[in-house]
Design a protein around this ligand. Structure first.
Ligand code: SAH
Length: 224
């Protein structure tokens, strides 16, 4: 199913994912159509294949259908003006899509611990037409350990974690708004895409969704 969604252009990739019902929301389709995946990958010739791709530094840009899943799960919390945290933002692809969903009055904080990837993702976002959003503060990319979240800007209506945590990081749960939702891969050998919901009274519920394979959240590698 995933492979069958590959396209020759970004528009074709999204259209195929809609056709295969990997995207069922118009808002998610619109947001993903606005993000040109070729701007966020190293191997441009295969930018529109529905597969993950290495972006160096042991990091991977997720497959488009995984980005679609994450955005669909978070969408109920991605209203205009919402505040979002994207942990392990890597290429910047999902940061861009999240920005399109929350609009210019929303704020997306992207956290990535490899400084070179922070720099590259900012260049990717600018090349994809999001220089204005970076300059206005609608998108901020920060180099730090994402396991701690970014408490000074909390709470967040939605938190996306793009790398697997060995166990639930409660620092991130604490930074969810009431209500708010976090989507996070949890586990080591086997990982589960997990949805954490905080209701308006602050009550937290956790739902295991399905098995996934993400790179782990790690300590920052020491310089080689
Ligand atoms: N959503 C991104 C996923 C990139 S892969 C994309 O599709 O491009 C996961 C990212 O998490 C990598 O870039 C990796 O460097 C980063 N990462 C791993 N551990 C981290 C940590 N402790 N803090 C912040 N980022 C981390």
């Amino acid at each position: 199913m995933a492979w069958q969604s590959s396209g020759k252009t970004n528009a074709e990739l999204i259209a195929n994912m809609v056709r295969h019902r990997l995207i069922v929301s118009d808002a998610v389709a619109d947001a993903m159509r606005k993000v040109d995946r070729a701007k966020y990958v190293l191997h441009k010739a295969v930018a529109y294949e529905d597969t993950p791709q290495s972006i160096g530094y042991d990091a991977t840009i997720s497959a488009p259908h995984m980005h679609a899943h994450a955005l669909s799960l978070l969408e109920p919390y991605l209203h205009e003006g919402a505040r979002v945290l994207d942990v392990g933002s890597g290429s910047g692809y999902l940061t861009a899509a999240l920005h399109h969903l929350v609009g210019p009055t929303g704020t997306v904080f992207a956290i990535e611990h490899i400084p070179e990837l922070v720099e590259w993702s900012v260049a990717n976002l600018r090349a994809d037409g999001l220089g204005g959003a970076l300059d206005s503060g609608a998108i901020t990319v920060i180099a730090r350990d994402g396991r701690l979240g970014y408490s000074s800007k909390a709470p967040y209506d939605a938190i996306h974690v793009g790398a697997a945590a060995p166990r639930m990081p409660y620092a991130l749960v604490d930074q969810l708004a009431c209500p708010g939702r976090m989507i996070i891969p949890v586990g080591t050998h086997t990982q589960t895409f997990t949805q954490v919901d905080k209701d308006k009274d602050g009550k937290v519920t956790t739902k295991d969704l399905f098995g996934v394979m993400y790179v782990p959240l790690t300590d920052q590698p020491t310089a080689k």
